[in-house]
Ligand binder design. Structure first.
Ligand code: HEC
Length: 461
């Protein structure tokens, strides 16, 4: 019986169009009835069908209300106006038949009354099925595209840095619920008597009481429903709807297990990183600094190029420059002064095989945005390398085949952004001469991937 009523109820949105059509037809005829001889009789006939289809509309509407979990508050205005429309139709029908007290009312009372009530009833009905802004929504979308306003995305705002301070409910649970559950569990549609559009509503639970069992979290209605196999009728969300992901199920389970708190932050409940990981917003790793720079000075570039120095943008349309002196082996530290015009834009410099010496380190600190420095096959010993710690963005440093002294390597420890330093020397083993902290060990590449043997290992072979 239940599903039969649901079935009948689903016809409401279809059936309502019958009385709407009949009423409009009746009104058209009413306003041009002088043109037709039999207008009055036809009107009576049409109004009879308005009444019949109106009765069906109200009945199906009522079943829909009963079966689909709508709240009375949501539908009452629509219901009363539908009823008024029906009463007006009956009134008009009686009026047309003539000979009653109703005939003392002006005819316009019925025709205009019907027009008004059918428009309002229809509009309120539309609001229920499609949401209150269903008429204005396309206008909003239009205006936002025209004005270039970005659509608001309902994305998680958690990232690596801030997630520990976010309350677990508003930061992560609520966004999941609102995407996957709230469409059926809200003030308008309250399936199973359950609302989940707010924490307070959620706590009230559904028709079977609270959905979180604080003593036995795993027996919670909520917990059970999201873990039931998809085929089971009680599985939530229903099979036809967008399902929770594994990560979402794990996270919600954890939240239920710790008592479904609202205010506590992810840090306070000591959430494990792997649970939260899939929800973190990851910024794209950027190799070059995020800076808005002016275009480089073309004059400087022209002069450099005439001397065989290659300057090119790191990628198309970028103002970041990379410079190589490979074709100018006489390039010396003094010539770095000629780069004044591009000192902001220079992010990568390759002075390999050039004639630079240890004074290059201080000279390079003039280029604040350097990310990568190559000094392979030069005469540097590393004296003064510590001054490179001024370069906030320096990530990679190459000093392969140089006169580098192992003792200088320890000052690399202070470089703020350093990721890798390459120091391979083919004719000597630098690694034996230095003692490194674990951090430096992970940064410095000696290029000799065989680990030095420990003394007691030697006996074994
Ligand atoms: C397509 C509509 C729909 C969506 C989406 C939906 N539900 Fe439901 N939910 C229902 C219906 C219908 C019922 C009542 C029938 C039943 O008990 O299975 C219900 C009942 C429930 C109940 C039982 C309430 C009680 O006290 O009996 C819980 C708990 C529940 N849903 C949780 C959820 C969760 C969690 C989500 C999101 C992951 C969700 N639902 C998404 C339709 C929906």
């Amino acid at each position: 019986m239940d599903s039969f009523l649901t079935f009948i109820g689903r016809f409401h949105p279809l059936i309502v169009h019958l009385p709407i059509g009949f009423i409009l037809l009746a009104l058209l005829l009413e306003f041009s009835r002088n043109k037709f001889k039999e207008a009055e009789k036809v009107l009576i006939f049409i109004m009879l069908w308005v009444i019949i289809s109106g009765l069906f509309s109200i009945a199906t509407g009522y079943f829909q209300y009963l079966q689909e979990g709508y709240l009375w508050e949501t539908i009452q205005a629509h219901f009363y106006l539908g009823l008024i429309t029906l009463l007006l139709s009956i009134g008009f029908y009686i009026f047309l038949k003539g000979g009653t007290i109703l005939n003392q009312l002006p005819r316009l009372f019925f025709s205009l009354g019907l027009l008004l009530s059918i428009v309002i009833t229809g509009h309120l009905g539309g609001n229920i099925t499609h949401g209150e802004d269903h008429l204005t929504e396309p206008l909003k979308e239009l205006s936002s595209t025209v004005l270039g306003i970005e659509k608001e995305e309902n994305e998680f705002s958690l990232n690596e840095k801030n997630y520990r301070e976010q309350p677990i409910y508003s930061g992560i649970i609520a966004p999941i619920l609102s995407r996957k559950c709230v469409s059926c569990h809200n003030t308008k549609r309250t399936k199973g008597g359950l609302q989940m559009h707010s924490y307070a509503a959620f706590q009230k639970g559904g028709k079977n009481g609270p959905i979180v069992n604080y003593d036995n979290p795993e027996l919670s209605e909520l917990f059970v429903r999201i873990h039931l196999p998809l085929e089971q009728k009680k599985h939530m969300p229903p099979k036809s709807k967008k399902q929770l992901t594994k990560a979402e199920i794990k996270l919600m389970s954890y939240w239920i297990e710790v008592g479904a708190p609202e205010e506590q932050t992810l840090g306070q409940i000591g959430i494990e990183r792997n649970l939260i990981e899939p929800f973190l917003f990851k910024e794209e790793e950027r190799f070059y600094p995020e800076l808005e720079l002016d275009a480089p000075d073309p004059e400087t570039i022209k002069i450099l190029e005439s001397k065989g120095i290659i300057v090119s943008p790191v990628k198309r349309e970028s103002n970041f420059l990379t410079l190589s002196s490979l074709n100018a082996p006489k390039f010396s530290v003094q010539q770095l002064q000629n780069l004044e015009g591009i000192k902001e834009q220079l992010v990568s410099i390759d002075l390999s095989y050039s004639s630079v010496n240890d004074s290059v380190f201080i000279a390079l600190t003039k280029f604040p945005n350097l990310v990568q420095i190559k000094l392979n096959h030069t005469g540097i010993t590393g004296d003064g390398i510590g001054s490179l710690s001024k370069l906030k963005n320096l990530k990679k440093l190459y000093m392969v085949e140089t006169a580098l002294k192992g003792s200088e390597l320890s000052s690399i420890q202070k470089f703020p952004s350093i990721e890798q330093v390459f120091v391979f020397q083919s004719n000597r083993n630098l690694i034996e001469k230095v003692e490194l902290t674990p951090r430096l060990q992970s940064i410095i590449e000696f290029g000799d991937y065989l680990l030095p043997k420990l003394p007691n290992e030697e006996n074994n072979d």
